[in-house]
Every structure is written in C-alpha cells, then in structure tokens.
Design a protein around this ligand. Structure first.
Ligand code: SIN
Length: 358
C-alpha cells in the first residue's frame, strides 16, 4: 500500500486517489471543537493505514495523491486531471476499481462531472469508481472517514451479481449514483446523501438498482474532458428580492460563455433581468434556468415562456447545471471542429433528460 510502484501496478488492485477534504482533515482540539479543523492535512497513504486491518484479505490497494485540498477550492484543471487519471486507470487491466477521497463541499460537482466524462467507460468496462469523504476530521472522536473509506473500498472491489460498473458515491453505509451526491446540510453526518436516492450497502434495494440501470443505459456516450485551459467560463447568478439588472449586464463583454440562473421557485427570475438577459442571449452567452430551491424540476416555458435558446435545467441543481453547461459547450465546440453541426443545447438536453431514480 502507499505510493504507486510499477511492479504493483501490474498486479490486480484497487486504486485509491486522494484529493483531500475533511476525511483528510485535522482539528486542533478534536474533543471540544471537532468542527474547527483544517481540511486536506493527512496523506492518502496514512488514511489507508488507518483501515489496513479491516481490508479484506487478498485485496491490494495502491494510493495516489492527486491534490490535498479543501474542496471549496476545487479548480477546473484539477477536474481535468482527475478525469484523465480515472479514464486511463479504468483502461488499465490491473485496476479492479477506483476509490476517490474528496471534500464534501463540492462533491456534487465532481460526482456529475465524473458521470458525464467517465460513466460510460466505467459501465462498459464493468468497474466501479467510488467517491467518498467525511463530515468530521480524522482525529475527531466520532470520525466517519475510516468507515466511509472502508465501505468505499468494499463497494469498489465487490462486483455483486447484477450490480453494474459505474460512478458511485458511498457515505454513512449507503450508496448512490455519484451524479446524485448533493450536500444539503452544513454539518449533518449524512449530509452528502440527505437528498439523494440511495440503497443500504449491505442490502441492495431492487428499485434503486433498477433506477441505476435505467440511468446507465440512458447515458450512451461520455463527453470529452475539457483540456485544462479550455473550460468555458460559466457563472451562477441567483435571483432574489430586489435583484438588479446590473447583475446580468455587468457580464456583457466580459468573456463569460454561459450563465446559470438560480431562479426562485420553478426557476423564474426577476423582471429586472429580462432586458439584460435578452442582450446576453443576443451576444452569444448561453443561458440555463435552474432553481435555487434545491429540489424539483425546472421545465421549459414554466413559469414563463423561455427566451429562444435558453434551456431549462430539469432536475439539475444550479452547481450541476453549471458543470453540465460547461461540458455541453465544450462538447459542441469539439463536435463542430470535426464538422458535426451539434449545438450545446443538443448535449445539455442529453444530460438534463437523464432519468431520475425515485
Ligand atoms: C471540503 O469540502 O474539502 C471540506 C468539507 C468536507 O469535506 O466535508
């Protein structure tokens, strides 16, 4: 276990990629103030050392540090590095499965990103990519990191009959599709799964599994991973009482390529945004309408008729809609370069239409 050595990479193993987060965090006063900590302090090899005794016999783990950060600081270039590492590792015959330790703050974005760029590859190759993390730092008395990491390793290594390869999230004894990870509470122990369709790990729920199968078969082709310097600039803007036209107009001519509007209710936005949004569309800025409520569907032309070219986010939250729009803009650009007349809306619709697990 520990860092990659070439001999070990030839024999079957689970690859554990460390990215930081609270799972790798340390508190100064763990007993009295477990929530006052710094994320990204402990190395991935040390985290694996903590669960060594419990790892099933015969299973080899190899760890690799990608970064060791607080995920609030996650960058697009790190996402590129992550997807390229996952794709090349999936294609390595010696890799049986992949676990990624990640901060929970932006795991929602990484979950969708990996589904859209690596989900088909994982499914086709019959391997699992598993995101996990923790809500408490490693030295807190009730630290959840070790059990989450162990569960993630188990899920990555045991291909239960009929349970497909793909991109998953594992927390608090439960599994979900990584695209459904969503931190919807600041501190609750199961925060990343609170709002997600899940199954207990030890007794796979048949209706959840049917939902996974439906989503996986609907996802026909992975999207290209943007090169580090090719990520389109996309911002999220929230509509609220007293919203001003300048919130939109200040982006005109800025170089921004897309705006995700986190609207109120069913995705409506403030009347004062109408004129500047028309100007934004006319200047070629891509627009997606999501909802700031955090749940429910945003449908086309509801609550009002959409301006032409603007897409509704469906069930995508605004952080997910932002990743989806970036990948859709990039995919359209790549397609156009090889003469395929596809638009970002074509790609975005494929993402927003993915069936939800109920
Ligand atoms: C982070 O996202 O890196 C810090 C918070 C967490 O992991 O829970």
């Amino acid at each position: 276990m520990s860092s990659i050595d070439l001999k070990a990479t030839q024999s079957p193993h689970i690859l554990v990629l460390g990215m930081g987060g609270t799972i790798a965090g340390l508190a100064q006063e763990p007993k009295n103030k477990p929530l006052q900590y710094q994320a990204g302090q402990v190395s991935i090899s040390n985290l694996l050392g903590q669960i060594q005794e419990a790892i099933p016999k015969g299973l080899t783990l190899i760890s690799e540090r990608l970064v060791n950060i607080n995920s609030k600081d996650l960058s697009e270039s790190v996402l590129t590095q992550l997807a390229l590492t996952v794709l090349s590792s999936l294609n390595n015959q010696a890799v049986q499965g992949i676990v990624i330790t990640h901060g929970t703050d932006t795991i929602e974005e990484t979950g969708l990103f990996l589904q859209l760029t690596c989900g088909k590859a994982a499914q086709t190759l019959g391997k699992r990519v598993v995101l996990t993390g923790a809500m408490l730092p490693g030295n807190a008395p009730a630290a959840d990191g070790p059990s989450n990491l162990l569960n993630a390793v188990q899920w990555a290594s045991t291909l239960l009959e009929n349970c497909p390869g793909g991109v998953y999230g594992v927390f608090a004894g439960k599994v979900c599709m990584a695209k459904d990870l969503a931190k919807r509470h600041g501190t609750a122990p199961n925060a990343p799964l609170m709002d997600s369709p899940t199954s207990p790990l030890n007794l796979i729920n048949p209706s959840w599994l049917a939902g996974v199968r439906a989503a996986e078969s609907a996802w026909r082709e992975d999207l290209p991973v943007p090169h580090t310097d090719e990520w389109p600039w996309v911002e999220i803007l929230t509509s609220h009482a007293g919203a001003r036209p300048q919130t939109i107009s200040q982006w005109l001519g800025s170089g921004v390529k897309g705006l995700v509007l986190a609207g109120s209710g069913m995705g409506g936005f403030h009347e004062s945004w109408k004129t500047p949004l028309d100007r934004a569309l006319a200047s070629g800025i891509a627009l997606v309408r999501a909802s700031r409520t955090g749940a429910g569907l945003v449908r086309s032309d509801i609550p009002e008729k959409d301006p032409i070219g603007c897409m509704a986010a469906g069930s995508l939250s605004s952080p997910r809609a932002r990743i989806a729009l970036q990948l859709a803009l990039n995919a359209a650009k790549q397609a156009n370069l090889v003469g395929k007349p596809l638009t970002w809306q074509d790609f975005f619709a494929r993402i927003a239409d993915l069936p939800e697990i109920r």
